[in-house]
Ligand binder design. Structure first.
Ligand code: GMT
Length: 376
């Protein structure tokens, strides 16, 4: 099959999922074409089945906002024609599903019917897409996709509650490559980060408001009073500076390391003992799954789809949003006893296995086939 994938190329979860999916499809001998404004961060182009087409938006002074959707839909039309693409898979409704719909219409004029699969990731529905400025366009794009998927049951429910949807939404959860992690390698260079007697606690995100970065620091502040430990903060975004100030004000800045964005997530998680994700909302929580596959238990909120990933009392614990004291206490309970920690680490890995890439990718392939039949 020849598949065109549209996604955000940045460190966000939707881009990571789209990239890993494309790589997995290429390994299955499908021809995959990524169409986006920059090479996706986790994509290497060594597989001959993987192609990257850059969308360029020429600057023109007349435009206050450069018209990315226009450039993307034109690039889609050209790429789909040139490479005889069978199916278009757009990740994130805004503006990808909208641009995809326009490309479909332009291609129809040339008697080319291309099926479009739209995957909803979360913020495109719960935060941005729901805004009145975008809502009609998002509703229209979802209803006019040939197949619509969401990454969790929770996101499906949110979409049906917030939008007037007349399309079936199929849940295809996010995934992880278990094979990459089935040998828990020990050469972690842990001593670069902490003393042998210290536990390592990690948070990874885009440091946006929805992640409640101040709660991460506040939870850690309580944990470190009882458990000698370090906090490693990975990622970058608008809330980072405030969190650095907070760590300073709490007198723990020597124990909190802000690493910025990293392509070495697995290496960092390899030496981590606990992962904190106290988000306000999370349609799935890919970062939690990435922690779990690296044998790291998760302390999270119960927001959105997190309870579909992190199992309370098994792979970690879940609390109400903002319940810092409970999250800290749960963290302490896991970290203070070596046997308890070991059990949670094992459980985290076992729970992650239900999201193994080999179980999930065939679901997408089946949906591509279904989408192709719809328009045949
Ligand atoms: O908020 C983020 O982490 C980025 C955002 C994105 O669109 O890349 O993540 C969303 O999609 C991820 C992949 O499906 C999910 O794992 C995240 O839970 C979701 N974020 C939110 O719902 C806030």
């Amino acid at each position: 099959m020849k598949i065109a994938i549209v996604c955000y190329p940045t460190f966000g979860g939707s881009g990571v999922v789209a990239t890993e999916l494309g790589i997995a499809l290429a390994k299955l001998n499908h021809e995959v074409h990524f169409i986006t404004y920059k090479q996706p961060v986790r994509l290497d182009l060594l597989n001959p089945n993987i192609h990257f087409h850059e969308v360029s938006v020429p600057e023109y002074p007349l435009f206050h906002y450069q018209p990315y959707e226009l450039a993307l839909s034109s690039k889609l039309v050209n790429t789909i024609k040139e490479h005889q693409i069978d199916v278009l898979h757009v990740h994130y409704a805004i503006p990808h599903a909208y641009a995809g719909y326009m490309a479909k219409q332009m291609l129809k004029e040339e008697s080319i019917d291309i099926p479009m699969v739209t995957t909803l990731h979360g913020t495109d529905i719960t935060l941005v897409g729901n805004h009145p400025f975008y809502k009609p366009a998002v509703t229209f794009s979802i209803n006019n996709s040939d197949v619509v998927t969401s990454v969790s049951d929770s996101l499906k429910e949110d979409t049906l509650r917030l939008f007037d949807i007349n399309k079936e939404i199929k849940v295809v959860p996010n995934f992880i490559d278990m094979e990459k992690h089935d040998v828990h390698f020990t050469d972690c260079k842990r001593d670069l980060m902490a003393k042998p007697e210290e536990r390592i606690i990690t948070h990874i995100s885009n440091f946006r408001k929805v992640k409640r970065i101040n709660d991460v620091v506040a939870i850690y502040h309580q944990i470190q009073k009882e458990i000698p430990s370090k906090l490693i903060m990975v990622g970058d975004g608008p809330e980072r500076e405030g969190a650095e100030e907070q760590a300073k004000a709490l007198g723990i800045c020597d124990k909190v390391l802000f690493l910025g964005n990293s392509n070495e997530i697995d290496k960092i998680l390899c030496f981590s003992d606990l992962f904190l994700l106290p988000s306000e909302r999370e349609s799935f929580g890919l970062a939690a799954l990435e922690a779990m596959v690296n044998h790291v238990p998760v302390i999270s909120t119960n927001a959105g789809g997190l309870s579909e990933v992190n199992k309370n009392g098994v792979s970690g614990f879940l609390s109400e949003v903002g319940n810092i004291t409970e999250m800290a206490q749960n963290g302490i309970n896991i970290l203070r006893d070596e046997d308890v920690l070991e059990q949670f680490k094992k459980n985290a890995f076992t729970e992650a296995s239900q999201f193994d890439i080999h179980k999930i990718v065939p679901k997408y392939v089946a949906l591509y086939e279904e989408a192709m039949e719809i328009i045949a």
